[in-house]
Write a protein that binds this ligand. Structure first.
Ligand code: MYA
Length: 212
């Protein structure tokens, strides 16, 4: 009968080698922008928005500060759209707030990862609907011209799917306030590619919270 000998003294060596390997990866791998992932580089036009003084990047601790911060602050999971591992992922939004109200506009990039797949390399329509929900909501939260997170609720998202999205695509997502009636903020949104082809459009409604 064969015997298996466990060479105990080698175990710490294996651990050390693994740790050294990980460290080497961190040191040797080319430095990447903080929010760049295995999805590849962010689209270049996002840099143009970064440089455009009429747009301001929307930053939130619940998007930027990771799991531990979220747990400590009442969140129970990962953000459905803004988490780096989301099937369809928005790494950034930029707000053109003007002076608030109609014309306020949110622009971002959306990546459709392998987890968004439906039929053979094409994305599930629900991923486009989810994006429309997200951009409608966040545009509504910007009704005053500055982003006030969680200041209302998305109550309607009427989405028209116009063109399939390939798995692996980076698309541009836009939301714009078209009407404000009391607490009701109407938003038009669309998802388009670099050629300007529209993949989906939506009309949405956000109801702002009652003032307490
Ligand atoms: C201390 C408390 C803290 C709370 C913390 C929460 C913070 C976190 C926030 C989290 C954010 C999460 C982010 C997310 O996005 S969450 C995304 C998912 N969305 C939801 O879960 C929303 C669920 N809906 C609701 O909770 C209530 O309906 C809300 C609170 C939104 C309104 O109920 P409220 O009692 O306040 O208002 P109201 O009923 O008097 O309606 C007001 C006006 O709106 C009109 N209307 C309403 N619905 C619809 C509709 N579907 N279509 C067309 N119109 C609609 C309505 O006719 C009326 O119009 P008018 O008659 O005035 O002309």
């Amino acid at each position: 009968m064969d015997t298996i000998t466990l060479n105990v003294p080698t175990l710490p060596c294996v651990g050390l080698a693994a740790a050294a390997g990980l460290l080497a990866c961190k040191l040797i791998a080319p430095r990447r922008r903080a929010d760049e992932t295995e999805r590849g580089p962010l689209p270049a036009w996002l840099d143009e928005l970064e440089d455009d003084e009429s747009y301001e990047r929307v930053r939130l601790p619940e998007w930027d500060n990771g799991t531990e911060w979220r747990r400590k602050n009442g969140f129970k999971g990962s953000d459905y759209v803004h988490d780096a591992c989301a099937a369809v992922h928005v790494p950034r939004y930029y707000l053109r707030g003007v002076s608030g109200g109609v014309g306020s506009k949110l622009v971002g990039a959306a990546h459709f990862g392998p987890g968004a797949e439906s039929h053979r390399g094409l994305c599930h329509g629900g991923t486009m609907c989810s994006l429309m929900d997200d951009v409608v909501g966040w545009t509504g939260f910007c009704a005053t011209g500055v982003c006030k997170p969680w200041s209302g609720f998305t109550v309607q998202i009427n989405t028209a799917l116009k063109k399939p999205v390939d798995v692996g695509s980076w698309l541009r997502i836009e939301g714009e306030i078209v009407k404000i009636d009391g607490r009701k903020v109407s938003v038009k949104a669309r998802l388009l590619d670099v050629d300007g082809d529209v993949h989906c459009e939506a009309e949405g409604l956000v109801v702002l919270k009652k003032k307490s």
